[in-house]
Design a binder for this molecule. Structure first.
Ligand code: GMT
Length: 374
C-alpha cells in the first residue's frame, strides 16, 4: 500500500508513534510518505520505502500575514503528494489540525482520485486542546468526517464520545506499541554506569508540560532519596523544567537530580533504570511508561486516563491517584527495599510490554487500511 502519514515531528508521543508506525509499515513492504514541516525526530538516515515531504512554515515577506497559515500549506502539500505519489491512504496523527487538513485535501481531490482519511487520536487533542472553545467545533467536525478514527486506548475512545458525541464515528481502539528490537531489557552487568553501585536509578522522560506534573516527579524522588542512595535522571525539556529544577533545590535533592535535556534515543537509560516515574495529571496511554516497561523498569504512575490499561497495579507497576506523592513515594521505597518483589515486578513489566509489541499491534493498522480501501 502507499500511505501518507502526517504527524507532529517534534518530541512527543504522537510523533513517536506515527514515526515508529511508518518504519514498521515500510519494513513490511509498504511505501510510506511523511508529510510534515520537519523530519520526524525518530527518523534517522535512509530507510527503504520511506519518504519525507517538507511543508513550508514561512514565506517571503508578505505584509498581510502576521502568522503563516500552516494549515493551508499542509492541506496543499497533502493534496500535492497524494497526486504525485499516488497515495491511497492519508493517516493523520493528532486531530488538530491534521484531521482538518486531511479533510480539505480529500475534498480538493474529489472527482480526481479517491483518498481514504484515517485519524488517530492521541491524547490532549481530545482531553485538553480539542475541548477549548476555539477548537471544539472544528475538532468534532474533522473527526466525524474521517473515514476511520482510532484512539490509542479505551479511555481515550470513551472520552471522545463523552466530550464530542461523534456518534456517527466508530472510534476503534488500536493501542500504542513498542519496538522490542530497540526497547528490551539487558543483563544487570551490561547496564550503563549512570550511578555508583548501590545507588538506585530513577528515570522520567517527557516533554515537561504542565500535564506531566514534573514537580511531583521530584517530590516522589525526594521521598525515595530520603530512604536510600538514589539518582533521578530527567530526560526531555519543556515549560515546567525550571519549576522542577527549583523544586529539586527546595527539597535539597538537586545534587542527585540530573537534567539531561532532549535525547533522541533513551533505551540505554531505561535499561539502566530501577524505576520510572510518570505521575501525570492525565495520560491517554503513556508511551513512555510502555517503553520503560519493555526495558525492564517498573513504573510508578497516576491512576488516570489510559495508564491502568498499560500498568497492572501491584503487578507490573504502581498506580496511585493523581498528586498522591506520599503514597507513590512510600510504595516506591517499599518496592526498592525488597529485591525479590522488585525483580518480580520487572519481569511482569517486561511480560506486559510484550502484549503491546509492534508485531502484535501494527497488523491491526494494516487490517484497518485494507478494510477502508475495500
Ligand atoms: O499530549 C501530550 O502530552 C503529547 C501527546 C502527543 O501527542 O505527543 O501525547 C499523547 O500521545 C501519546 C502517544 O499516543 C500517549 O502515549 C500520551 O499518553 C498522550 N499524552 C497525554 O494524554 C497527556
Amino acid at each position: 500500500m502507499k500511505i501518507g502519514i502526517t504527524c507532529y515531528p517534534t518530541y512527543g508521543g504522537s510523533g513517536a508513534v506515527a514515526t515508529e508506525l511508518g518504519l514498521e509499515l515500510a519494513r513490511r513492504g509498504h511505501e510510506v510518505h511523511f508529510i510534515t514541516y520537519d523530519s520526524p525526530f525518530r527518523l534517522h538516515g535512509y530507510t527503504e520505502r520511506i519518504y519525507f515531504h517538507q511543508v513550508e512554515t514561512r514565506m517571503g515577506r508578505y505584509p498581510l500575514f502576521d502568522h503563516f497559515p500552516y494549515t493551508l500549506a499542509l492541506a496543499s502539500k497533502q493534496h500535492e503528494v497524494v497526486l504525485s505519489e499516488g497515495l491511497e491512504i492519508l493517516h493523520v496523527h493528532y486531530a488538530i489540525p491534521h484531521a482538518t487538513t486531511a479533510y480539505l485535501a480529500r475534498e480538493m481531490l474529489k472527482g480526481e482520485r479517491p483518498l481514504r482519511v484515517i485519524t488517530t487520536l492521541h491524547g490532549t487533542d481530545i482531553t485538553l486542546v480539542g475541548q477549548e472553545s476555539s477548537f471544539y467545533a472544528i475538532t468534532k467536525f474533522s473527526i466525524e468526517q474521517s473515514d476511520e478514527v482510532t484512539a490509542v486506548s479505551s479511555s481515550l475512545r470513551d472520552e471522545t464520545y463523552r466530550a464530542f458525541g461523534c456518534v456517527s464515528s466508530d472510534v476503534r481502539v488500536i493501542p500504542n506499541f513498542v519496538n522490542l528490537r530497540e526497547y528490551h531489557p539487558v543483563e544487570p552487568g551490561a547496564r550503563s554506569s549512570l550511578a555508583p553501585e548501590g545507588t538506585r536509578v530513577i528515570t522520567h522522560v517527557s516533554n515537561f508540560r504542565e500535564v506531566k506534573r514534573v514537580k511531583d516527579v521530584v517530590r516522589v524522588f525526594a521521598r525515595i532519596r530520603r530512604a536510600m542512595p538514589a539518582t533521578l535522571i530527567m530526560v526531555g525539556d519543556g515549560p515546567e523544567r525550571v519549576d522542577a529544577e527549583s523544586e529539586a533545590r527546595e527539597l535539597n535533592v538537586a545534587g542527585d537530580v540530573r537534567f539531561l535535556g532532549r535525547l533522541d534515543s533513551v533505551a540505554s537509560l531505561l535499561q539502566a533504570s530501577d524505576l520510572f516515574l510518570l505521575p501525570s495529571q492525565t495520560e491517554s496511554f503513556g508511551l513512555a511508561a510502555l517503553e520503560a516497561m519493555a526495558c525492564g523498569s517498573p513504573v510508578v504512575a497516576s491512576r488516570a486516563g489510559g495508564l491502568p490499561e498499560v500498568i497492572d497495579d501491584g503487578v507490573s507497576g504502581i498506580l496511585e491517584p493523581v498528586g498522591s506523592v506520599e503514597a507513590m513515594g512510600r510504595r516506591a521505597v517499599e518496592l526498592l527495599r525488597d529485591p525479590e518483589r522488585h525483580a518480580g515486578m520487572c519481569r511482569a513489566a517486561i511480560a506486559k510490554a510484550e502484549e503491546f509489541s509492534a508485531d502484535r499491534i501494527v497488523p491491526m493498522y494494516e487490517a484497518l487500511y485494507q478494510e477502508v480501501l475495500r
